[in-house]
Design a protein around this ligand. Structure first.
Ligand code: NI
Length: 255
């Protein structure tokens, strides 16, 4: 079944029909979802949501756009949430020089801090990186070696993807791969082995074609799997089965 490795169902865009939508996932072929926190405030929310549904898991961490709200007290509280056994990763964490909400120094400091947390907890990391390719690579090489995790919503060149794969990281592929102008990502998918690819929505964002611009959800991930199958010249079933296996391996989540 489909494993959505990166979603944001605590987002207010799901306030009107969250329960109905999530309950319908298994009958629509979605077997597991990892709901990922972004802001500090969402860390507790993703844990609560994971406790409600057997097939929903949580990742706890603070997104680079939001790290300005962190301090020692909040970091300590965040750390307590990992005692819940449905929390399976640290994320999403990283660098975002596109929105540039926080200074690069502050972003780097909390990125490294959260990588160290993952090492201490022996959990994989979910990396968000936008227009920060060189600094992200440098920090992962220095602080993320051997950790394991995923470069989520991968947007860089195929050469770097291969380097991450060599370091044991997965490449997260979502709705963008279905866009006509996504040449770079299609090339990356062609180049790296299926054993290093994870499916993700990043919902409510990044809905695949033909729903581009609309609210995304895990059921639409089938369009992503179809496009990967087309690019690699393999079956849809193989893409779904192998990426599920990859995700279960990374998160340590059994069926
Ligand atoms: Ni995300």
């Amino acid at each position: 079944m489909i494993f959505d490795t990166h979603a944001h169902y605590d987002d207010e865009q799901f306030d009107t029909d969250r329960q109905e939508l999530l309950s319908s996932m298994p009958e629509n072929g979605v077997g597991a979802i990892v709901n990922v926190s972004a802001a500090y405030e969402s860390c507790q929310r993703v844990v609560n949501l994971a406790q409600k549904y057997p097939f929903v898991y949580a990742a706890v961490g603070v997104h680079p756009d939001e790290v300005g709200s962190l301090n020692e007290e909040r970091f300590a509280h965040m750390k307590e949430l990992f005692q819940n056994d449905k929390v399976v990763a640290v994320g999403e964490i990283g660098l975002d020089y596109y929105w540039d909400n926080e200074s690069h120094d502050v972003q780097k400091q909390w990125f490294v801090r959260q990588l160290e947390l993952a090492r201490e907890l022996e959990l994989p990391v979910l990396i968000h990186s936008r227009e920060a390719a060189a600094d992200t690579m440098e920090i992962i090489k220095a602080h993320g070696h051997g950790l394991g995790g995923v470069i989520h919503c991968y947007s860089y060149a195929k050469e770097q993807a291969k380097e991450y794969v060599k370091m044991g990281y997965y490449i997260g592929v979502g709705g963008v791969v279905t866009f006509k102008n996504a040449r770079k990502l299609k090339e990356t998918v062609e180049e790296i082995p299926l054993t290093s690819i994870l499916l993700e929505t990043d919902c409510p964002y990044l809905a695949p074609s033909p729903f581009r611009g609309k609210r995304n959800n895990s059921i639409y991930i089938q369009y992503v799997a179809e496009e990967i199958a087309r690019i690699k010249g393999i079956s849809y079933e193989e893409v779904v089965a192998r990426t599920e296996q990859n995700a279960r391996q990374m998160y340590g989540v059994q069926p």
